[in-house]
Design a protein around this ligand. Structure first.
Ligand SMILES: [Zn+2]
Length: 78
């Protein structure tokens, strides 16, 4: 099996973590939660390993394409 070159994970841009699945919260919702919530979020309390690379920060084109297809299927309600 040929070794595919690694690419920087497009989902987390190489950070390896995500904050609450990206922009899951609107500014209004953050306001409701109060300043502590925002502070915690900024400090990464709610960060979790990237959904795609799981914190490796890199992936391959094949893995990325497969993952996008799987996610698309989930969004379609499978
Ligand atoms: Zn990632």
């Amino acid at each position: 099996m040929a070794t595919e070159p690694f690419i920087v994970c497009p989902l987390c841009q190489g950070r390896g973590t995500q904050t609450l699945h990206g922009a899951a919260f609107t500014a209004d919702e953050i306001d409701e939660q109060g300043p502590e919530f925002l502070e915690d979020m900024m400090e990464g309390v709610y960060d979790h390993p990237c959904d795609h690379c799981g914190g490796k920060r890199v992936t391959t084109d094949t893995e990325w394409n497969d993952w996008q297809e799987r996610r698309h299927e989930q969004e379609m309600g499978y």
